[in-house]
Design a protein around this ligand. Structure first.
Ligand code: FE2
Length: 376
């Protein structure tokens, strides 16, 4: 059952040993960063921001930084074989490597978390150029994924030292995507609670919602999920693990194809989901579809909503309500050939939850896709 332990986390300066200002950026390791950046510009409406590669003195890799409002994505590819980035892609395919968090003090963030048991990924290091300095540090999380702590209060440059401004003649219009709402991790059997403890003890997060396999199951498959939030509620990391069902859980399919634990989806916020999704669809983004019967009694389930039902039905946008309001959400199909990472587009109208009322319809839609891949 859904347990709301604390709905609105309140930041407490005294006890929040890891104050986070939000998501700084998400870095993806991909097989071809040049083409990935082009895809995210074209299909999602990101704008070119910065570039680092052999031309800027970075010998082993190329990174393209794109931005839309408060969303910053970095696409990194190795330019040679036999290095950790190439190995990461060989094992996982394209995926999220870094969930970077903006902090006031990257050295302290590293000290606070490693002192509490986090495994260091990057000891605090200061990078400088003419525009100032950025301090970075990092810790390991599930699978080969990491958190980077980014302190950029003394930096005026375009992204970070080592990057140059990326100016392109190709600048497709934005699609209304605003910021990262939450990032979900898929972990292995019996690993959800250890990672919940990690976020609690090492990062100072709180468990704000829990879903067991009775909440998240269909006729065939199941999963469990707990949502972790930092003190001010700006950063939320739901953690999923598979649960026993008659057939294979979608989380197991992910773990098989990603070859380990990793980031399942990144939820991107919009203030006008109908407009954003219309735009994304016209640019070729494919979304999961629920049966139109989902809409037959939707208003009985969720009450009055401001939006017209017809466009929601046409696009497959889902609606759910909690005590504080409602939310609209839709999920893309995986954005690579492996059935791994996908995106959620979410518009919150008061609701702080995650669309529990949509789980069943949604997972049945995922199962239809799993079935087609022969993985159910
Ligand atoms: Fe989500």
């Amino acid at each position: 059952m859904e347990t709301i332990i604390q709905n609105t986390p309140v930041r407490n300066e005294q006890t929040d040993f890891l104050p986070l200002e939000g998501t700084d950026h998400v870095e993806f390791y991909v097989g071809n960063a040049k083409q990935a950046a082009h895809f995210y510009k074209t299909a999602f409406g990101f704008q070119g921001l910065a570039y680092a590669g052999p031309e800027t003195g970075c010998k082993d890799k190329a990174s393209y930084v794109v931005r839309q409002n408060k969303l910053t994505f970095v696409f990194t590819t190795p330019v040679r074989s036999h290095n950790p980035i190439a190995d990461h892609i060989y094992k996982h395919g394209d995926g999220v490597k870094v969930l970077a968090l903006k902090v006031d003090d990257a050295k302290d963030a590293w000290l606070q978390t490693t002192r509490r048991g986090a495994k260091s990924y990057l000891e605090p290091v200061t990078h400088k150029d003419d525009a100032g300095e950025v301090v970075l540090s990092g810790i390991h999380i599930y699978g080969d994924t990491v958190h980077l702590f980014v302190e950029r209060k003394n930096y005026k440059g375009v992204f970070m030292p080592g990057y140059r401004k990326w100016e392109s003649v190709y600048n497709p219009p934005e699609t209304g995507l605003l910021y990262v709402d939450h990032c979900v991790g898929n972990v292995g059997w019996n690993q959800m609670d250890p990672w919940v403890m990690f976020y609690q003890d090492v990062m100072g997060f709180r468990n704000i919602l829990s879903f067991d396999d009775n909440d998240i199951s269909t006729e065939y498959s199941a999963l469990m999920s707990k949502v972790m939030s930092n003190g001010n509620g700006f950063v939320k990391f739901p953690i999923n693990e598979p649960a026993e069902g008659k057939k294979k859980s979608q989380i197991e399919e992910y773990l098989d194809y990603y070859d380990g634990e990793g980031c399942q989806h990144v939820a991107l916020a919009t203030a006008d989901i109908v407009k954003t999704v219309t735009e994304l669809q016209s640019r070729g983004i494919e979304f999961l579809k629920v049966p139109t019967s989902y809409y037959d009694d939707l208003l009985d389930r969720v009450g009055h909503i401001d939006e017209d039902l017809e466009p929601l039905k046409e696009m497959g946008i889902l609606v759910d309500r909690d005590e504080e309001g409602y939310l609209l959400q839709i999920f893309t199909k995986p954005v690579e050939d492996r059935p791994t990472l996908f995106f959620e587009i979410i518009q919150r109208k008061g609701a702080k939850s995650f669309g529990k009322g949509n789980f069943k319809a949604l997972f049945e839609a995922i199962e239809r896709e799993q079935e087609e891949r022969g993985n159910l």
